[in-house]
Ligand binder design. Structure first.
Ligand code: UGA
Length: 436
């Protein structure tokens, strides 16, 4: 099947490359000529494990190509995916849909035959109706169906998530849309991935509800972690103890410095705006967004506390290990490290940092933070070390070496990577999350 993917960012590129790998003939389209040129030369615009190889293999196999021309890219395509950004609109937190609608208008202008227009971008309820209106108003003389097909990819694990999904959700209003989407995902039925057909509006809501629920789960365990610290509990034991109940499930119960990234913060906000517009409050999600926001700066204060309080910390230096919002990505959007560094700097603490992939993205967001070439360089002369992102490279640090390099052996482990007894046995003052 011939497929067009409009938008060659994170979602478009991963989805396009995976669909090509299934054997479809995929053209990825992007307005940015520099991006397309680089993609044609095999240079990825983002860091995602396995992506460069997947793209190269499918380009070589003749199944994947790139163009800046939408007219050319959609020519003959039976499925046209819209995978452009829907950033938070400045000022009100609503998802900015101008890119989605611009693509819909351009598709309407250039489409020459029947096609299914698939919204993959994360869009609020009702967006599909508007896209349909745009196409309808163009008075096209052949059938066009608009469907919703949200993505559930995690950065750093996106290819695996696409190829082995828990489910595929398709919101379609007619048989043409359902049929074409079934053909798009046919290669996955063999893996028995459930294909769930719903109405378009339900599908749009599923995406936001899923992210809000996951954000709630994380925030819940983070607050339980705080309580553990007060009452002398261990949040990892509590998480395991509740997670073994199948109704709860063990995933997304890792306490940490708060969720970040391009999805949870933005999507919870957009969902709250929808709830407000429809006068149907989502008080739990409201609380989750607030609690998570304040948690990031609280983590900076936690580091200061571990250094003996504000007075003692002033003028000293903290080494941050890991800056990206999670490992295996270079994405710094809403990363807790930004607020942590800011809180430390506000308290007169100097910050030095190392991240395996994120330093280039981080530098402009963290003015005054000194970036260095590796973890050991970062900890040299530091008065405290804070592990912020659980990159594999930080999971087995040579703690004797770290101890010899730091000025003060203070380790704040915001991801519970280390075992308290082991670290303390090495002579560190050790603080972690939810483990008294
Ligand atoms: C998230 C969802 O997991 C995907 O299903 C969804 O498709 C995606 O958003 C999206 O909407 O595009 P992502 O933001 O890539 O994916 O990353 P996650 O692995 O979900 O992590 C998000 C944040 O939560 C990270 O900051 C992570 O450190 C934090 N987290 C996650 C925890 O603090 N504890 C956990 O147990 C899990």
């Amino acid at each position: 099947m011939k497929i067009a993917m409009v938008g060659s960012g994170y979602v478009g590129l991963v989805s396009g490359a995976c669909l090509a790998d299934f054997g479809h003939d995929v053209t990825c389209i992007d307005k940015d000529p520099a991006k397309i040129e680089r993609l044609q030369a095999g240079i990825m615009p983002i860091y995602e494990p396995g992506l460069a190889e997947l793209v190269a293999g499918n380009v070589k196999g003749g199944r994947l190509s790139f163009t800046t021309s939408l007219a050319e890219g959609i020519d003959g395509a039976q499925a046209i995916f819209i995978a452009v950004g829907t950033p938070s609109r400045r000022g009100d937190g609503h998802a900015d849909l101008s890119f989605v609608y611009a693509v819909a208008r351009e598709v309407a202008e250039h489409l020459k035959g029947p096609a299914v227009i698939v919204t993959k971008s994360t869009v609020p309820v009702g967006t599909g109706d508007e896209v349909e209106r745009i196409l309808h108003d163009a008075g096209l003389p052949f059938p066009v169906s608009v469907v919703s097909n949200p993505e559930f990819l995690r950065e750093g694990a996106a290819i695996g998530d696409f190829k082995r999904p828990d489910r595929i959700v398709v919101g379609a209003e007619d048989e043409f849309g359902r049929q074409v989407m079934q053909d798009v995902y046919r290669p996955l039925f063999l893996n028995q991935a459930p294909l769930l057909f719903t109405s378009r509006r339900s599908s749009e809501l599923i995406k936001y509800a899923a992210n809000a629920f996951l954000a709630t789960k994380i925030t819940f365990i983070n607050e339980i972690a705080d309580l553990c610290e007060k009452v002398g509990g261990n949040v990892q034991d509590v998480a395991r103890g509740i997670g073994l109940d199948n109704r709860i499930g063990s995933k997304f119960l890792h306490a940490g410095p708060g969720y970040g990234g391009s999805c949870f913060p933005k999507d919870t906000l957009a969902l709250l705006k929808t709830a407000e517009d429809y006068d149907s409050p989502l008080r739990i999600v409201e609380a989750v967004a607030k609690v998570n926001d304040s948690r990031k700066r609280a983590m900076g204060r936690k580091v200061i506390e571990a250094m003996g309080g504000a007075e003692l910390a002033r003028g000293k230096t903290v080494a941050l290990l890991g800056l990206t919002f999670k490992p295996n990505t270079d994405d710094m959007r809403d990363a807790p490290a930004i607020a942590i560094a800011q809180t430390l700097q506000d308290a007169g603490v100097a910050v030095v940092a190392y991240d395996p992939e994120g330093m280039e993205m981080a530098a402009p967001l963290m003015p005054g933070v000194r970036m260095v070439g590796n973890a050991y360089e970062a900890v040299t002369g530091a008065d405290a070390v804070a592990l912020v992102t659980e990159w594999d490279a930080f999971r087995a640090l040579d703690l004797d070496r770290v101890k010899a390099l730091v000025k003060e052996p203070v380790l704040v482990d915001l991801r519970n990577v280390y075992r308290p007894d082991e670290v303390r046995a090495k002579g560190f003052a050790y603080t972690s999350i939810g483990r008294a």
